[in-house]
Design a protein around this ligand. Structure first.
Ligand SMILES: [Fe+2]
Length: 400
């Protein structure tokens, strides 16, 4: 068994490295206290800045005034758009972009979780475009330059500071939609672990599960490469080791989770996400379940479902975590058990029904999940409506 696995591994490496395209990341600063550098970084792009953030977090904990101070100390004019809601809507992006155009903004500073960063990506795009943000949703690919964007993440989950994706919500259709393309990758990312001091335990856990999901989904994705696998495996190792400490409030553990979420962002930037995100979006758009929590509920089922076509990868991941038996089915079970234990330890329920999702929604859930083709087509094993129904059914009952 070991010999076969090793042979397959080297073949995979050879095959995948014959040809690949990879966009290099932009400037990334990971340092305690680096929030103070925002003004200096922003000043490289012009004199008129716009801070994009949510309604409460940045103001409540004094970060907004800190950002205003560092920007004005470098001579920048500061405008503020603090209206980004969780799961930001297309309308929010459109109203933010009006502010950009009305004030000839030179640089956008996005501060917050995935919602603030993704909304800011849309605002930076529409700031240089005419029409509606709907005109630029995927399958449109954003190749062009947008308003320069500095991204400052404040959770352990999104990875959005280094990705070419912005996930938005079409509130009329109750559906997630996405902007995709190298043009919306932030030019500068500033990761200051100090912002995590005030991140509460439940959000630390949910966003860490989003990152864990990114890492494992990218690892299993059809688009994975040896490079994305490096990011994925390292990220999984770190998250599984530090999630509980971060949940209990240790800033050192949170700092590791922050780093791991960044690695997972680099992984999905190459390989994308698969069925976990595709099936999870319904839970957010129809039940307001936190995006990371939705992924946590579905991740074990995706591992179980994909193991038959990803045996080598499952064994290699279990090996990296030091739990491999050499048998893919047993190793998948061990990986799933690690995830179930983490979920339990951070207070995540076993069943979707515990989160208010009902069996009588099943057909609606399936039909909506099947529309997230972009995620499903990356899945290593073909996913039919009947597969999705089975997975949701199991998840509703906690059958894993
Ligand atoms: Fe995500």
């Amino acid at each position: 068994m070991r010999l076969i696995v090793k042979y397959k591994r080297s073949f995979h490496l050879f095959k995948s490295m014959l040809k690949f395209i990879r966009h290099n990341p932009r400037k990334i600063i990971f340092e305690k206290g680096s929030l103070e550098l925002v003004g200096r970084e922003a000043a490289r792009f012009g004199r008129r800045s716009l801070i994009v953030c949510g309604r409460t977090f940045a103001r409540k904990y004094g970060f907004l005034s800190k950002l205003e101070k560092t920007l004005s100390s470098e001579g920048l004019e500061v405008y503020i758009f603090d209206k980004v809601e969780p799961n930001p809507s297309l309308e929010t992006v459109e109203s933010g972009s009006k502010l950009v155009k009305a004030n000839n903004i030179d640089v956008i500073v996005a501060f917050g979780g995935g919602s603030a960063l993704d909304a800011a990506k849309g605002i930076s795009l529409l700031g240089v475009k005419e029409g509606s943000i709907r005109d630029y949703l995927y399958p449109y690919i954003v190749e062009e330059d947008t308003i320069p964007l500095i991204a400052i993440p404040t959770t352990c989950g999104t990875g959005s500071e280094v990705t070419k994706y912005a996930v938005l919500t079409d509130t009329q259709l109750r559906r997630k939609c996405v902007l995709v393309g190298p043009g919306i990758v932030p030019l500068v990312s500033i990761l200051d672990p100090v912002v995590l001091e005030v991140l509460p335990p439940n959000l630390t856990a949910y966003t860490s599960f989003d990152a864990l999901s990114h890492a494992i989904e990218a690892y299993l994705s059809k688009l994975s490469t040896p490079i994305s696998d490096l990011f994925s495996v390292e990220s999984v190792k770190i998250i599984t080791n530090h999630m509980i400490g971060g949940y209990k409030g240790s800033l050192e553990d949170k700092t590791w989770l922050f780093y791991a979420s960044h690695l997972a962002g680099l992984a999905i930037n190459i390989a994308g996400t698969i069925m976990v995100h595709g099936l999870g979006y319904y839970l957010t758009t129809h039940h307001n379940i936190h995006h990371g929590l939705a992924n946590a509920m579905l991740l074990p089922y995706a591992i179980e479902f994909n193991t038959p076509v990803a045996e080598e990868k499952i064994v290699n991941l279990a090996e990296a975590l030091g739990v491999s038996s050499g048998d893919p089915l047993e190793d998948a079970r061990r990986l799933i058990n690690i995830i179930l234990k983490l979920r339990k330890d951070v207070g995540i329920p076993l069943k979707l029904s515990d989160l208010g999702v009902r069996e009588d929604e099943l057909e609606l859930m399936v039909s909506i999940a099947m529309k997230y083709e972009r995620n499903l087509k990356n899945n290593p094993r073909a996913v039919s409506a009947s597969d999705v129904r089975d997975i949701y059914k199991k998840a509703l009952r906690g059958a894993i």
